[in-house]
Design a protein around this ligand. Structure first.
Ligand SMILES: [Zn+2]
Length: 268
């Protein structure tokens, strides 16, 4: 089994949310609740305030540096459309896309449209024209999908999608590869709540169970989604969990590939 690590970019700046959605007050409510329930420290609480003042809700550079040091390919999904609490502009996205390109990251779309073929195609064409990338993949924001979504993505020309959450090997829908993924940071640490409900040790134990399950199901690839937003001391448990997981996989001799490398292997 090899691992594919990917990152969804849901936020870039704090100000992109002001007067547009309720993410900022919701984050404040969440951090207060996490502090009172003892899930986060006073230091984390203060650091989250400092993120507001720094207007910084992404940790892309820091994450690429960490991945590079550990020899892990960085795959990012970044949006060119707004929706469901994702509100950054194409200008902001493009600045980071240039950084990711310079640092050798694999880049795909974080999709907003999931049930209308014309709207999906519009996102596809916009991403292609903005990034000058011709073949690329997608993961839907909040993994939204209907029974038709994957076929619509294939119709629009996507090389791969990784929205499906299941313990299945990659499979083809027409010309498109579907890469089901198994582990997402939020599912582990929030565990069905809208705030951190597990501590680091509980998060590790539930992750180990999922890795065992992937082994038992003979999966070729273990798909892991970690949001760059949480690669920060403001989210200490999330940061420690990601570092622990990567080191655990390295110690267990799991190789890392990105989606394009996996497709080359699958099509050999
Ligand atoms: Zn997202």
């Amino acid at each position: 089994m090899k691992a594919i690590i990917s990152h969804d970019i849901d936020h870039i700046k704090v100000t992109e949310h002001l007067f547009r959605d309720l993410i900022v007050p919701k984050s404040m409510a969440r951090m207060s609740m996490e502090l009172m329930s003892g899930k986060i420290s006073v230091r984390e609480y203060i650091l989250r305030w400092s993120d507001f003042f720094k207007n910084k809700w992404q940790n892309i550079d820091e994450l690429i540096t960490f991945n590079n040091v550990r020899g892990i390919p960085s795959s990012f999904f970044i949006a060119v459309n707004k929706g469901v609490g994702l509100n950054y502009s194409n200008v902001s996205a493009l600045l980071w896309i240039e950084q990711m390109k310079l640092r050798g990251s694999e880049i795909g779309i974080h999709g907003i449209e999931f049930d209308n073929e014309d709207a999906i195609k519009k996102e596809y064409d916009l991403f292609s024209s903005l990034t000058k990338i011709n073949t690329f993949g997608i993961r839907m924001h909040y993994v939204r999908n209907t029974s038709k979504t994957f076929q619509l993505l294939e119709n629009c020309g996507y090389k791969y999608d990784t929205t499906e959450h299941s313990f299945k090997n990659p499979y083809k829908i027409g010309n498109m590869w579907e890469f089901p993924f198994q582990i997402m940071d939020g599912w582990i640490i929030e565990n069905g709540k809208s705030w951190q409900s597990r501590n680091l040790e509980e998060a590790k134990q539930s992750t180990l169970k999922l890795i065992d399950k992937a082994h038992n199901e003979n999966l070729q690839y273990l798909g892991i989604d970690f949001h760059d937003r949480y690669f920060s001391h403001s989210f200490q448990t999330w940061l420690d969990w990601y570092v622990w997981l990567i080191d655990y996989l390295i110690q267990n001799k799991i190789e890392f590939v990105n989606y394009n490398q996996a497709i080359l292997e699958l099509e050999k």
